[in-house]
Design a protein around this ligand. Structure first.
Ligand SMILES: Cc1cc2nc3c(=O)[nH]c(=O)nc-3n(C[C@H](O)[C@H](O)[C@H](O)COP(=O)(O)OP(=O)(O)OC[C@H]3O[C@@H](n4cnc5c(N)ncnc54)[C@H](O)[C@@H]3O)c2cc1C
Length: 559
């Protein structure tokens, strides 16, 4: 009941705004647009309420592959996931109120100013530059970490927003942070302020032991608003246009199979995520002319929809540390499953923004988390996951996931058919630009240098040999080995973006070009990936969109 009942709506019913997708961006819009009591908003979400396990940070590893994961899979290509059981990437995606924020790994990070300078250039609008986006990061945030609140970093954070943000204070990470300091990295209190390179105890969308999904933070507190309508378990199958190319509503299919047409007096806003927003556009004839012609869809607006698909490519490495036979404390579902710390590293030390991010888990010898992530989260071949487990037997380990923050490769989302219930085809394009592979190999080599620091040497630290058959005969730790390792172990960081990019598909206010009264507001509009995980940037995008919309339609403002 936290999210109320699904609204009863009738065929032909009118609303001011219809938001397609009650995911991360959709929940923010639902909240901000209904601040004006005269404005009616309908949110249509394909999934239902988030399940119990979504509430608890410690249970996140159980969510991939569950009923609230839409579990898209990538198309096969000659480079794809060569060490995965099904040779495709499992593109986990939230299918519930809150969308992917209901099952993500909860890291809260924004990126660095150059990321947003790139957006401003792509959109040809300074509204996307760092000084203009920072207030919108701050707006949604309610920082609850006393250390940061009493530090000079406080000025970079919000304390009155809907989304709780906090850190865990787990002593296990400190010796590791010191080791990275010895290697020449800074240990930063916060990477969300004015410094963006170094290792840190990360901020999470976790507060008081509860996941701060967009549904929990933005929707639950306001579901009682009389001007908000939420239609759950309902798929939007079509955006409806009038003869003048105005988006005037949507067609939906409800859980019991009823087809309804619903009218938007002001705008239709697509917040269906980087796979489904481009799909709905293309089904409406908004997309690349040749592709639409293949499916005999008349062209409404010839735009590069679905192109420019991007994701951060991730690869893990495990390092065995000290021997241990002590039993771990029982799991606590209110905590992140393992102590964690994160590094942001540039190979060129003169650069002010990172090339790669490394998320590190401190793993006690008896933890099953890495095996479970390996086998059931990432779908690597079982042999590899067994080698991961056996290679670290009797030892505590450091499990690190590196990802390339500014990939050059681009993929593409295309229609598989004209049926809106068919998932689109996702060509990830990972490593289509081979320089990404070279870079990732260099990052792995760079990270592995940690085994030469004092603490690591004192415990006889060694890279766990995953015995990758593809890389047989190569010395683990050599440059040649890391390139092979990267190719074999490539994976998604789940940061799907870029398919309806600012500047090309939309104007700088996220309005779809060539038509009217239609906007895209979600990860699809990112012209390039920020050097960060994408949840906080999506919240920022939605907060900004809400202000654009309020301004254009003269809605009542709450700053
Ligand atoms: C496993 C995983 C781990 C991640 N970890 C992190 C992390 O630690 N930190 C971080 O910052 N980011 C992380 N991310 C990324 C981040 O969560 C996403 O980038 C962000 O949530 C995407 O928001 P969105 O609004 O674009 O899409 P979503 O939140 O996915 O929302 C799209 C919504 O639209 C609905 N929908 C789709 N089609 C239709 C339709 N036709 N009709 C009706 N509804 C529809 C979907 O059901 C969904 O609810 C992770 C993502 C995943 C999947």
């Amino acid at each position: 009941e936290q999210y109320g009942r699904s609204s009863h709506v009738y065929d032909g019913e009118c609303f001011d705004f219809i938001v397609v997708g009650g995911g991360t961006a959709g929940c923010v819009l639902a909240n901000r647009l209904t601040e004006d009591e005269r404005t009616t908003v309908l949110v249509v979400e394909a999934g239902g309420d988030p399940p119990y396990e979504s509430m608890f940070p410690g249970l996140f590893p159980t969510m991939a592959g569950s009923r609230v994961d839409k579990n898209y899979t990538s198309e096969k290509d000659e480079r794809a996931q060569q060490c995965h059981r099904n040779r495709v990437a499992n593109l986990t995606s939230g299918h519930m109120l809150g969308g992917s924020s209901g099952l993500n790994y909860m890291l809260y990070v924004r990126g660095a100013p150059p990321d947003y300078e790139r957006w401003a250039a792509a959109a040809a609008d300074p509204a996307w530059a760092w000084p203009q986006v920072l207030p919108y990061f701050i707006k949604s945030e309610r920082l609850m970490d006393p250390g940061l609140l009493n530090s000079p970093y406080k000025i970079y954070h919000g304390t009155h927003g809907y989304m709780g943000v906090a850190r865990e204070h787990r002593r296990e990470i400190h010796k590791f942070l010191e080791a990275f300091r010895e290697l020449g990295h800074e240990v930063l209190m916060d990477v969300n302020g004015d410094r963006h390179l170094g290792f840190t105890n990360p901020l999470f969308n976790i507060a008081e032991g509860v996941r701060q999904s967009a549904a929990y933070s933005f929707l639950a507190p306001i579901v009682h608003r009389k001007n908000l309508y939420i239609l759950k378990d309902t798929l939007v199958t079509e955006v409806i246009f009038d003869e003048n190319n105005n988006a005037v509503g949507v067609k939906v299919k409800t859980q019991d199979g009823a087809i309804l047409c619903l009218v938007a007096r002001k705008e239709v806003i697509l917040s269906a995520g980087a796979f489904r927003s481009p799909q709905l556009l293309m089904l409406a004839g908004i997309g690349p002319r040749e592709h639409l012609a293949d499916l005999k869809i008349p062209v409404r607006s010839n735009l590069p929809v679905g192109l420019n698909y991007q994701d951060h490519v991730a690869v893990f490495m495990s390092i065995k540390m000290d021997k241990s036979n002590a039993s771990s404390a029982p799991p606590n579902k209110h905590l992140f499953p393992l102590p964690a710390f994160v590094g942001y590293v540039a190979l060129d030390k003169r650069q002010a923004y990172p090339d790669y991010q490394v998320v590190n888990f401190v793993v006690p010898h008896d933890s099953e988390v890495p095996f479970n992530l390996c086998a059931f989260g990432y779908w690597y071949d079982y042999d590899i996951c067994h080698n991961l487990r056996n290679g670290g037997k009797g030892r505590n380990t450091l499990f690190s996931t590196l990802n390339i923050l500014h990939p050059r490769s681009r993929g593409r989302v295309t229609l598989r058919s004209r049926n809106p219930e068919d998932p689109p085809a996702i060509h990830t394009g990972m490593f289509s630009d081979e320089r990404d592979l070279d870079d990732l190999a260099r990052y792995l080599e760079d990270h592995a240098r940690i085994v030469n620091t004092t603490y690591f040497k004192s415990v006889g630290a060694m890279i766990v040999d995953l015995k990758l058959s593809m890389c047989g005969g190569m010395r683990v730790g050599s440059g040649q080995y890391w390139r092979c390792h990267a190719r074999c172990m490539m994976n998604t960081m789940y940061h799907y973006a870029g398919t309806c990019a600012l500047g090309s598909v939309t104007d700088s206010r996220m309005r779809v070009r060539g038509v009217r009264r239609l906007r895209v507001v979600d990860a699809s509009v990112m012209p390039t990936l920020p050097g960060a995980n994408t949840h906080a940037p999506v919240l920022m995008i939605a907060e900004k969109a809400a202000d654009f919309i309020k301004e254009e339609h003269r809605l009542c403002y709450k700053k």
